[in-house]
Design a protein around this ligand. Structure first.
Ligand SMILES: O=P(O)(O)O[C@H]1O[C@H](CO)[C@@H](O)[C@H]1O
Ligand SMILES: O=c1cc[nH]c(=O)[nH]1
Length: 245
């Protein structure tokens, strides 16, 4: 069969379960937890590994930064037969008193990005699969995060650094949205449109209102939180594989 045109992977090589993340280096770190790990391709920002975790076959794929590029990854994985996707990401804190090192399971995403508006009207929700959310939240509580664990609505935006237009962070902070990142809305909308299940967990790497001035995610607390969310995602996948695969 032909390679997936952008991921450059043979569809038949992909199992039905996939963990995705923005950073190709993080994909390598996650693949390092697998047995028989094998890198299938590294094309553009998309780095694809397969391997085995507790007897379960799993793909690990990086999707880069932002919804348009990530959507390409999600769509190609789904075309290849992937039926469960968990995003393992980082995000900035917005509300709820969570701080760097906390883990947040995203139950739904605010669609403050451009990609999904080209797929479906804005009134369509970006919502996680309830089985994936439940498995992720339980696994996150057991994963030994350096700070607290929460679940709730997250915000997806396109702009990481602000320009002259005010970003919507403060509005959604007042609405109780917990964290802000850049791809979950695309994942949830595409998963709903294509009939697969998806969920997401993010490690908070700082306060999103200080992103321009003081953003520095390279510290031990964030690294520990990312390790904890990887454990949580892998263990949640084991539960989900048992339910459906
Ligand atoms: O850590 P990842 O998975 O890349 O997620 C977050 O980090 C990137 C911004 O630094 C964006 O992709 C955002 O969603
Ligand atoms: O998109 C992101 C990711 C991490 N931290 C942030 O503040 N924003």
């Amino acid at each position: 069969m032909a390679l997936l045109p952008i991921l450059r992977v043979e569809p038949a090589d992909l199992p039905p379960l996939a963990i995705v993340c923005g950073d190709p280096f993080r994909a390598e770190v996650i693949a390092g937890k697998l047995e028989e790990a094998r890198e299938l391709a590294f094309a553009r920002e998309y780095r694809t590994f397969i391997g085995v975790y507790q007897g379960m076959k799993l793909a690990v794929v990086s999707h880069g930064v932002g919804c348009p590029g990530a959507a390409v990854c999600f769509e190609e994985l789904i075309k290849a037969g992937v039926t469960t996707i968990i995003r393992v990401g980082t995000a900035g804190a917005l509300s709820g008193g969570y701080r760097a090192g906390s883990l947040i399971v995203s139950t739904a995403a605010v669609r403050e990005e451009g990609l999904t508006k080209q797929l479906v009207p804005s009134s369509f929700p970006a919502v996680a699969d309830s089985e994936v959310t439940a498995a992720l939240y339980k696994a996150a509580l057991e994963a030994g995060a350096p700070s607290s664990v929460g679940k709730g609505i997250t915000l997806t935006v396109d702009a990481f650094f602000s320009g002259v237009v005010e970003l919507p962070h403060e509005t959604y902070k007042r609405a109780g949205v917990i964290a802000v990142e850049m791809e979950i809305a695309a994942l949830y909308v595409i998963a709903s449109l294509r009939g697969i299940r998806a969920g997401a967990i993010v490690a908070l790497d700082g306060d999103s209102t200080e992103v321009d001035e003081a953003y520095d995610p390279h510290n031990n607390i964030v690294a520990e939180a990312v390790e904890a969310e990887i454990r949580a995602a892998l263990n949640a996948m084991v539960v989900l594989a048992g339910e459906r695969g």
